[in-house]
Design a protein around this ligand. Structure first.
Ligand SMILES: *Cc1c(COP(=O)(O)O)cnc(C)c1O
Length: 326
């Protein structure tokens, strides 16, 4: 099936995903911090997806997809391409479901993420300079060995699984005014839009990507699926093209899409360390960076920010530490 024909998940699909995932994943905390409110001028609720067993939200989608594979499909295995967190998510889900798993990562991966994939028992193939090169390599591998290629975004079951995070958040924080979601392929923002549209239609969903990798942002602004330069250090945000399925959902429901630069992301990650005592990787800090970048827009409002992942590399932690006070 061509990606353009994929139908986005419904609220019912999200509720099904929640039932399936309940045996495998605990809900993540949604917390407030006086120091974050002070720093932003907003009333911030942090959704702590950095506390997932794989350190990022993507495990929700991968588990939802792999738990539903039939026995034949499972035996043929899965192949995924990723800069890291999708890889860990699919490897974790493959281990949970006894599915053979091949992961293709670009040749210079975040070592924290590459090690985690190996520790989870997946076959790791390093190929291509970027996410987009790794994708082509993975597609060729899967065509060759008959395994199921698991896209990072053009997968309705993946979006439905990810959407369970937003069910949890809206139950814990039903009166949010705005929800800020980081974007790479767009599964997280599409999931947030679908849940907000169904359950909290007045909630404004705002997406954020890095100005170093603006493909999803520019695709949304243009109403088309575009390719763009892809140089952000924040792996989770670093995609060079928009994805048809998630772009279609964002076009229908997203309120706004903003860009922040990688330095602002580092400062937000440092603030997470001091104000929330939590480790955010770059993509995980992007939503907070967007709130810090536009204080007038968010002043006094109830703002949900998704701390989407915590798998910062050692080099990244050292760079972020340079922004700590004192
Ligand atoms: C993948 C990822 C994102 C972006 O999510 P998409 O669903 O691809 O838009 C944001 N943060 C982290 C930590 C990620 O791993």
């Amino acid at each position: 099936m061509a990606p353009a024909e994929l139908a986005p998940p419904t609220l019912r699909d999200v509720l099904d995903a929640r039932r399936l995932l309940a045996a495998h994943l605990d809900p993540t905390p949604a917390r407030t911090y006086a120091a974050l409110d002070h720093a932003t001028g907003a009333r911030v609720v942090v959704k702590h997806e950095n506390l997932q067993p794989t350190g990022a939200f993507k495990v929700r989608g991968a588990l939802n997809l792999l738990l539903r594979l039939g026995p034949d499909e499972r035996a043929r295995g899965v192949t995924a391409f990723s800069t890291g967190n999708h890889a860990q998510a699919v490897a974790h889900a493959a281990r949970t479901t006894d599915t053979p798993c091949t992961i293709v990562m670009p040749t210079d991966p975040n070592p924290t993420k590459a090690d985690a994939v190996r520790d989870l028992g997946a076959r790791l193939v390093l190929a291509g300079a970027t996410f987009d090169d790794a994708r082509e390599h993975a597609a060729a591998l899967a065509a060759d060995d008959g395994s199921r290629l698991v896209s990072a975004a053009n997968e309705p079951l993946l979006v439905a699984g990810v959407a369970t995070a937003y069910l949890e958040l809206l139950e814990r924080a039903p009166h949010l005014d705005v929800l800020v979601v980081p974007v790479g392929g767009g599964s997280g923002a599409a999931a947030a839009c679908l849940v907000a549209h169904a359950l909290a239609p007045d909630l404004e969903v705002v997406a954020v990507q890095s100005s170093g990798s603006p493909a999803a942002h520019d695709s949304w602004r243009a109403g088309d699926v575009l390719a763009r330069a892809n140089t952000s250090r924040a792996e989770g945000l670093a995609t060079g093209t928009g994805f048809a399925l998630t772009q279609a959902v964002l076009r229908a429901h997203l309120a706004d899409f903003v860009l922040v630069d990688d330095h602002a992301i580092d400062r937000a990650a440092a603030l997470y360390l001091t104000a929330a005592r939590t480790v955010a990787e770059g993509a995980g800090a992007a939503a907070l960076a967007a709130v810090l970048a536009d204080p007038e827009r968010f002043a006094g409002r109830r703002v949900g920010v998704v701390c989407s992942g915590g798998n910062a590399s050692p080099a990244e932690l050292r760079r972020v530490a340079a922004h700590l006070p004192g």
